[in-house]
Design a protein around this ligand. Structure first.
Ligand SMILES: [Zn+2]
Length: 326
């Protein structure tokens, strides 16, 4: 939970009243959802909130503290390449900013980045993954919008006739700026990940929370029941994961890690049903909004801006096709 001091730091114009409202009341509201979310996650195990890449539950209890410590103990320096046509007369192999120096080592295979606390060598091989194709002709320092330093290595293809449009990956070097705080950051992060995450396993939200209110009201329960029934049949109830739920082109999209034909039939059935259901209240849709297309009923269209909607007719469902681009 953010302390008032942190809160003022992140939102400089905030007062104590808005801190109480946003942070304190927000936290109470968040934790009061635990019983309901726990019930839902036991009933439908696939609704338990997880990291969609690792599958682990992350409570991130100390995330604000780790973030602050990280920011104060590390200088995150970006490194990337840029293709140039001409070679300058004199190659710049040394950059200095604040107390940090960046030096291209003589064989041009490594970049040495150091300050008075830390020193790191960045191997240029991954950047110039076909290193027989490029030579480094210069380097420069720029700053990203966030203020983060970015070192751009200017590269020239060895083959004059090579017209390939090469794109370069973006790398990051984390240079320590405060050893003590960095050590503390590692300890706090370890406590958060290895201990607190194991204690705070109760969910404060579920994967289903993002479902549009109208759709949830109209068929949310039914959809969940059908998914569970099919997953039981497929023996996938505890292995199945939702990777994303969203509204796209006016329909309910559900993405997952696995699906039998029968399961995908269910997903497609509700996708089509969502197109014909008011996104706000769940009544049958009679209008489609223009621009950002969504289904609306007579009651939920904004009466002040009627030109933003198209009335649906029996033979014109305003463009829902089954296999629309994901
Ligand atoms: Zn409605």
């Amino acid at each position: 939970m953010l302390t008032y001091r942190d809160y003022k730091f992140f939102y400089p114009c905030s007062d104590f009243k808005s801190y109480l409202k946003n942070v304190v009341w927000g936290t109470i509201k968040k934790y009061s959802r635990i019983p309901y979310c726990t019930y839902m996650c036991i009933k439908y195990p696939f609704l338990y909130p997880r990291n969609r890449f690792t599958g682990t539950h992350r409570a991130n209890v100390l995330s604000n503290v780790t973030y602050n410590l990280f920011e104060k103990s590390i200088l995150d320096i970006g490194i990337t390449g840029k293709l140039v046509k001409d070679k300058p007369n004199k190659i710049n192999t040394y950059i200095k900013f604040l107390d940090t120096t960046v030096k291209l080592l003589e064989d041009a295979k490594k970049l040495r980045i150091n300050n008075n606390i830390d020193s790191q060598d960045f191997d240029l091989k991954p950047l110039m993954w076909k290193d027989d194709k490029f030579e480094i002709v210069d380097m420069e320092l720029t700053f990203a919008h966030s203020g983060r330093p970015l070192i751009v290595l200017k590269l020239k293809t060895v083959d004059e006739n090579d017209n390939t449009n090469y794109g370069f990956s973006y790398y990051s070097v984390k240079l320590k700026t405060n050893k003590c705080k960095y050590r503390l950051y590692q300890v706090v992060k370890w406590i958060d990940e290895k201990i607190l995450d194991k204690i705070f396993i109760l969910p404060t939200f579920t994967e289903w929370d993002v479902v549009e209110p109208g759709w949830n009201k109209a068929f949310g329960k039914q959809y969940l029941k059908e998914l569970k029934k099919q997953l039981k049949k497929d023996k996938m109830l505890y292995k199945w994961r939702i990777t994303d739920i969203k509204e796209k082109f006016g329909t309910f999209r559900l993405y997952c890690n696995y699906g039998s034909d029968e399961l995908y039939n269910i997903i497609h059935k509700y996708e089509e049903l969502s197109w014909n259901t008011c996104i706000k209240c769940g009544k049958p849709a009679t209008y489609t909004s223009k621009g950002w297309i969504s289904p609306y009923c007579d009651d939920c269209v904004n009466k002040d801006t009627p030109d933003r909607y198209t009335k649906r007719t029996e033979d014109n469902k305003n463009g829902y096709t089954e296999n629309m681009i994901y």
